[in-house]
Design a protein around this ligand. Structure first.
Ligand SMILES: NC(=O)c1ccc[n+]([C@@H]2O[C@H](COP(=O)([O-])OP(=O)(O)OC[C@H]3O[C@@H](n4cnc5c(N)ncnc54)[C@H](OP(=O)(O)O)[C@@H]3O)[C@@H](O)[C@H]2O)c1
Length: 356
């Protein structure tokens, strides 16, 4: 029996679907039914049912995006720092192995090969860096699991989200029977408010940078495979190998989905941070060699993006809360863009638009 915390969330649902597909017995827990944030309750429950493994897919990721964490420090801290500590302590006392969903948002930048040396570049949204990535992507290297987070409360500036995720890792890395799985900008073929592709389709203006990304289903498969094959515990970067510039993803969206809209970009960081964002953004490349060395197969990021777009399943905004979220996604960035009407109708498919 596996215990899955945060099973109602975006990542939790992906774990639940994959566990079901594999025929694994698991108990999905939601705070509504059972307050797993309480040490006492979780401890008693784990002692009673003795799970083989606990997956912590719960956390505060910020809706519609990371900026939300800047307005909910207490809740983000509770969900991203206190809860993983609680779960880790229950696991320690009951001798239960654990997997925790962390994030790549504890880093900013990449290592760039220059004159035979690797130089740390913290800002991948600088125009000259984006240009260099367009022409020489092979000169960009990612952060490994050995690298200290450089977008954390210890290494500011950071977003509150990045700070809390790094803090949780600092505690969990002490544990001898814990996997820390780092996810980065999740996407898939299923249109959803948390899917990067859905966000890019709906953002009034796009922030261009370079990033590693994780296909959600590839991510959960890799996490479960690590556990199943008894790979060494510890931290793993789990992204699709490679990195991609946001404008390249937008070009793919345009080529495959043919949305009837114009994609506008923020002119520069000044404009983005003045009008569009509250929290500093972490744009980064992660190195996945440790994951691949462990025997996990991951598709290159371009292949995963292309496949997701070709199999794209548009969401239907049926409930008022879906519509409210879609409207929020469309308008939250730019106060001046509230009159913007998303026009995402696909020319060659039946794509229907949330929020239209
Ligand atoms: N989505 C991303 O872009 C992204 C990127 C990198 C890493 N991550 C990490 O992945 C994990 C899951 O994120 P997600 O995208 O699946 O988030 P989500 O859709 O918001 O789901 C998270 C789940 O966590 C549970 N939870 C427990 N305490 C909470 C609290 N105080 N506030 C909000 N939710 C709480 C909730 O489940 P119940 O209330 O039903 O128990 C909720 O459904 C998080 O640790 C996040 O940091 C996400």
């Amino acid at each position: 029996m596996i215990l899955l915390l945060g099973a109602t969330g975006y990542i939790g649902q992906a774990f639940a679907a994959e566990l079901r597909r594999r025929g694994e017995r698991f108990i999905p827990l939601s705070r509504k039914a059972f307050d797993y944030t309480s040490f006492e309750l979780l401890f008693d429950y784990v002692r009673k049912i003795r799970p083989r493994f606990i997956i912590n897919a719960a956390g505060y990721s910020g809706k519609p995006n990371v900026d939300a964490c800047e307005l909910a420090h207490g809740e983000a801290f509770q969900a991203n720092v206190v809860l993983p500590q609680t779960v880790a302590r229950v696991c320690l006392v009951t001798q239960t192995p654990m997997g925790h969903v962390s994030s790549g948002c504890i880093y900013s930048g990449a290592k760039i090969l220059e004159k035979g040396h690797l130089r740390l570049e913290k800002d991948l949204s600088r125009p000259e860096i984006r240009k260099l990535f367009d022409t020489h992507p092979e000169r960009f290297f990612g952060f490994t699991e050995e690298d200290e987070p450089n977008f954390s409360f210890q290494n500011q500036p950071c977003s509150f989200l990045g700070g809390t995720k790094a803090l949780a890792e600092a505690e969990l890395r002490q544990s001898a029977t814990t996997y820390v799985w780092r996810l980065r900008l999740p996407f898939s073929e299923q249109d959803s408010p948390a899917n990067l592709l859905s966000k890019l389709l709906r953002y009034p203006k796009i922030y261009d940078s370079v990033n590693s990304l994780s296909h959600v289903d590839d991510f959960v498969r890799a996490c479960l495979d690590l556990w199943k094959m008894q790979a060494a515990y510890g931290i793993y970067n789990i992204t699709n190998p490679g990195a991609v510039a946001t404008h390249k993803v937008v070009q793919m969206l345009q080529r495959v989905l043919k949305p009837r809209r114009f994609f506008e970009y923020w002119i520069d960081d000044d404009e983005f941070y003045r009008e569009g964002a509250r929290a500093p953004r972490s744009n980064c490349i992660l190195d996945v060699s440790k994951l691949l060395r462990a025997g996990i197969k991951m598709r290159p990021v371009e292949d995963a993006l292309e496949a997701s777009l070709r199999k794209w399943r548009p969401a239907q905004a049926t409930t008022p809360s879906d519509q409210a979220l879609a409207a929020q996604m469309a308008g939250f960035l730019t106060p001046n863009h509230h009159d913007w009407t998303p026009s995402l109708v696909c020319e060659d498919s039946e794509m229907r638009v949330t929020g239209e």
